[in-house]
Design a protein around this ligand. Structure first.
Ligand code: GTP
Ligand code: MG
Length: 342
């Protein structure tokens, strides 16, 4: 059931709704007005946790759970109070930032460029031409996140949304072996969703909370690639606004899940040539400005000298722009071996 996307911005009238104060509820069935019967109805409709109720639309909720609208509003208001959805104090915000963790890319210079690796509670986007290494980095991160913390991982599991049919289990197994991980177990720790249309892609992304609820070890979500299906489906300018609106919703949902579940989100994106750029590099990321506005880290990947890859940090909240050179070999992403090059 698709929930109304406006629900976040919509003000729920809470004047006539009495809210229980300062009580912590962990499960939806504990919310006042929700018993175990209603809780299972809610779960069946994908309202699996307090936050999904807190951001629900009262009309949707009333309809799918066959309850009156006032009851729906009351439940949402309780969920909002329980989820402490209002402002955070500076200290609370700082505490939340302290929970940020990083996954190694496999290359120290690349990690350094990103401030220590790919961050949780953030979206990291890599864009670049075909063969620039976007998917290879995805494979590498999917393996590295499973490493122990001392080795740059989070002992975490992975959700992989494949929109191009380019996911290769054999590559995961190969990379796992070169990191001394059990190849089958590494694959077992991944959930792969193949998206066949942009709507399907949206649906799979909507499933993230449910998957994380079932497997709290999930720490990384990959979308490879973010725009491919949109690009194929939406041709001509007439539908561009509609496309951008959908992309915007997906990105904001991804960011919300990243914050809520402390997940790292890695998305890949293609490039197109801009005929109006006369000097410098004429390639830009597909999808217009939207992705750039939402992604926390934006990295441009290109092929460098002697088969190396160059990552350029385009946009980040606190890091300087810069470049890192690395390579992709059979063993995966790693620093350039200068000795071997001589
Ligand atoms: P598109 O999806 O086509 O836009 O490109 P991409 O950026 O996802 O490219 P990808 O990450 O698939 O990069 C593939 C490149 O990685 C190859 O062209 C090789 O140069 C390099 N590579 C180096 N070693 C290996 C290896 O052992 N396996 C694979 N699959 N690729 C390798
Ligand atoms: Mg690819």
């Amino acid at each position: 059931m698709a929930k109304s996307q406006q629900s976040d911005e919509e003000e729920i009238e809470t004047e006539n709704v009495e809210i229980s104060e300062d009580v912590e509820y962990k499960d939806i069935k504990d919310l006042p007005g929700v018993g175990s019967t209603l809780a299972s109805k809610l779960r069946n409709a994908d309202y699996v946790d307090i936050m999904s109720l807190a951001t629900a639309n009262p009309l949707d909720l009333a309809e799918v759970c066959e309850i009156g609208e006032p009851t729906a509003k009351k439940i949402i208001a309780e969920a909002r109070a329980a989820a402490k959805m209002n402002f955070l104090s500076g200290i609370e915000f700082e505490d939340r930032r302290k929970a940020v963790q990083r996954i190694t890319t496999g290359s120290q210079t690349f990690d350094l460029l990103l401030g220590g690796g790919v961050e949780t509670q953030a979206i990291t986007e890599c864009y670049g031409e075909f063969g620039s290494g976007k998917s290879q980095l995805a494979f590498q991160l999917a393996v590295n996140v499973q490493l122990q913390k001392e080795k740059g991982g989070l002992e975490g599991h992975v959700i992989w949304i494949d929109t191009e049919g380019t996911f290769r289990p054999a590559r995961i197994e190969q990379l796992a072996l070169s990191r001394n991980l059990d190849p089958k177990e590494t694959l077992q720790n991944m959930k792969i969703g193949r998206a066949y249309s942009s709507d399907h892609q949206m649906l799979l992304i909507d499933k993230i909370p449910e998957l994380v609820n079932k497997d709290p070890k999930i720490r990384l979500v990959i979308v490879d690639s973010m725009m491919a299906l949109f690009r194929a489906e939406y041709v001509g300018r007439g539908t561009l606004a509609d496309r951008q609106q959908k992309v915007n919703v997906i990105l904001h949902n991804l960011q919300r899940y990243a914050d809520r579940f402390n997940l790292a989100v890695y998305i890949t994106n293609q490039v197109m040539a801009r005929p109006d750029v006369m000097f410098g590099d004429p390639t830009v990321a597909v999808g217009g400005h939207i992705i750039g506005h939402v992604a926390t880290y934006r990295v441009y990947l290109r092929k460098g000298k002697k088969g190396s890859r160059v990552a350029r940090l385009i946009d980040s909240p606190s890091l300087p722009e810069g470049e890192a050179v690395f390579e992709v070999t059979a063993e995966g992403v790693k620093d350039v071996d200068e000795e071997k090059r001589k």
